[in-house]
Design a protein around this ligand. Structure first.
Ligand code: DMJ
Length: 603
């Protein structure tokens, strides 16, 4: 190092590295010379000593040093692979410890510390495999409920309370109330009306009723019943109801009940194809095909995935999601008719029943609904779900969309038998479709779907409006043949199809249409329909299904209130009359087939 002077007179320091380089080269040469003068034996001893020293260094180097890299040190941009890999391992270790079933054996273990393998029998260790680490987090919850905000919402809450009062008085803890005979009806023995109603009461801020129901669930809801139940119905109503109540309230009671129920339904998936049996005994944990035949309904086996996936995501146990998703994956591989599916599938062969009816009504409907909703639930990350949905709508437009001869009302027909003959008939169940189409369009699917949605909404509305009760029948037939008769009607109803079960599908669609368009006509249509329910289904102790919508003087009350009246029809009416359209955020929540909101996940 030298002190020198610049031309302008300022001082500077010069560091001469060349000299030291020369010295280094000289000393390396002499070292090399000395090394060559060693005998082979001496060199081997040197090798041995060097290797031993290196091994000792590696052995005693503390493991934590490898992990002690802070986020700031990680050069994500520059691709410092070693550091990123080390960090990733650390994250995996942390999540494994957090969610390991046996973590209590090692309480206090630090992250990265070696945890001794517990001595559990193999089957328990298998459960360990089931843990996938930290459950994916849903998008943030933005739900807040303040009770009814306007006259229409108040009227809906009043209707709910009236119906609930009858149920509580005459059927408490039973599946359904029979409001005329003041009795009850048991289907599964699971207090269906209570569990199905939990989230509706929560959203309506009916605190007293909600608390009663919550306490019943805590003290009385037991699944250890030696009784066959329908996998689909119990999934969408009971499992869906519990999960939704859990997400809205955060009350772990509901999650515990849901997990117990999910466990008990798992035997339904023990088939050779993975397509579940329709019936499962929650007490004996055994499952089988329905009594009436070997097949399961297509819509049933494909409309359990939202619930089973949600259960997995909250518990961190993937087996529920895996079993249910396998069904969708299997059906994805099956041959379809331009995306349309027959309504029966054999659980053992995993094959569709050849030439079964194709319909978007009973036994077909929610296959299409759950393709879209599963895609949304998983953050639009599973492409085949979206593609199968789009294909299904394409097939619908190609093969099922028809118009009446006179007023050109658009409806969704059915295809029957080997010849796939068109049957000009539409179940009320099909009136869920406009809502689902609108939901898809909002989430980026083709705008043309909205045209179909609007036209079908209008037709469904007509099925109500043309009846003197202003209530739609279960099934409507359509005139597609043009005849020279001014009196020809576009729609007609057969005697056997004239009942109304207080079903929700069209109200559900009105809610989506209102939510996405802001067109108040949809609210007004819903209000008129609600008047129909008020005028022709309301009785002293609640609301009842009726046998005939065509004659206001002879509605033939059926003395039955289905649980979906509370879970869906009244909930969707309440949401339809939410003028702010902000009560539920449809970018964050997806409703299951029974009207229970579940959170969307990022993946
Ligand atoms: C409900 O249980 C569900 O909406 C299901 O998807 C279809 N049937 C009833 C309502 O009609």
């Amino acid at each position: 190092m030298q002190s020198l002077r610049n031309f302008d007179g300022t001082d500077y320091v010069s560091l001469n590295i060349n000299d030291s380089g020369i010295n280094t080269r000289i000393s390396s040469r002499s070292l090399w010379r000395q090394w060559n003068q060693l005998s082979r034996f001496q060199r081997n001893i040197c090798y041995f000593v060097i290797i031993t020293i290196l091994l000792l260094i590696f052995y005693f180097l503390p493991g934590d040093n490898l992990n002690s890299i802070s986020d700031n040190e990680i050069d994500y941009e520059g691709g410092n692979l070693d550091k990123i890999t080390t960090k990733t391992f650390k994250i995996i270790e942390e999540t494994h410890i957090d969610h390991n079933d046996h973590v209590d054996q090692n309480e206090g273990a630090a992250v990265g510390q070696v945890i001794e393998e517990p001595e559990f029998p193999p089957e328990i260790n298998q459960v360990d495999d089931d843990q996938i680490g930290e459950p994916p987090q849903p998008k943030p919850n933005v739900l807040k409920f303040n009770g009814p905000q306007n006259e229409r919402q108040k009227a809906i809450v009043k209707a709910f309370k009236h119906s609930w009062k009858g149920y509580k008085k005459y059927a408490w803890g039973r599946d359904n109330v029979k409001p005329i005979s003041r009795g009850y009806h048991e289907w599964f023995g699971l207090g269906l009306t209570i569990v199905d109603s939990l989230d509706t009461m929560y959203m309506m801020a009916l605190n007293e009723e909600y608390t009663d129901a919550r306490n019943w669930v805590e003290n009385n809801l037991k699944f250890d019943l030696n009784r066959d139940v329908n996998l689909f119905e119990v999934t969408i109503r009971v499992l869906g109801g519990l999960l939704s109540a859990y997400h809205l309230s955060g009350d772990k009671l509901f999650l515990d009940k849901a997990t117990d129920l999910g466990d008990r339904m798992m035997p339904a998936f023990s088939t050779t194809s993975g397509v579940p049996y329709s019936d499962v005994n929650l007490g004996t944990k055994s499952a089988h095909s329905p009594k009436w035949g070997p097949d399961s309904s297509t819509s049933e086996v494909t409309s359990i995935q939202l619930e089973f996936r949600d259960l997995s995501r909250i518990t961190g146990q993937p087996r529920f999601e895996t079993a249910a998703a396998k069904v969708s994956e299997h059906i994805h591989e099956l041959e379809k008719y331009d995306g349309l599916v027959p309504i029966f599938i054999n659980a053992n062969t995993g094959l569709f029943r050849k030439h079964a009816t194709i319909t978007l009504g009973a036994r077909g409907d929610s296959y299409y609904e759950y393709l879209l909703k599963q895609w949304l639930q998983t953050g639009k990350t599973i492409d085949y779900l979206r593609d199968d949905y789009l294909l299904g709508i394409y097939g619908t437009e190609k093969h099922l969309v028809r118009r009446t001869a006179k007023n050109k009302y658009l409806f969704i027909a059915e295809l029957i038998g080997v010849s796939r003959d068109m049957k000009p008939k539409m179940d009320h169940l099909t009136c869920y479709l406009p809502g689902t189409l609108a939901l898809g369009v909002h989430h980026g699917l083709p705008d043309e779907h909205m045209t179909l949605a609007k036209e079908l909404t209008n037709t469904c509305y007509q099925t109500y409006a043309i009846q003197p009760t202003f209530l739609a029948p279960e099934i409507t037939y359509f005139n597609v043949q043009g005849i020279e008769d001014d009196n020809q009607l576009d729609m007609y109803v057969k005697n056997t199809d004239a009942h109304n079960l207080l079903r929700p599908e069209f109200i559900e669609s009105l809610f989506y249409m209102w939510y996405f368009t802001g067109n108040k006509t949809y609210q007004d249509w819903g209000w008129k329909i609600f008047q129909g329910f008020e005028n022709y289904t309301k009785v002293e102790n609640g609301y009842t299904s009726i046998g005939n919508v065509r004659n206001p003087l002879n509605t033939r009350p059926r003395d039955m209130t289905e649980s979906f009246w509370y879970a869906e029809t009244l909930k969707y009416l309440y949401l339809l009359f939410d003028d702010t359209r902000q009560l539920v955020d449809l970018d964050r929540w997806v409703f299951n087939s029974e009207g229970h909101p579940l959170p969307m996940y990022e993946i």
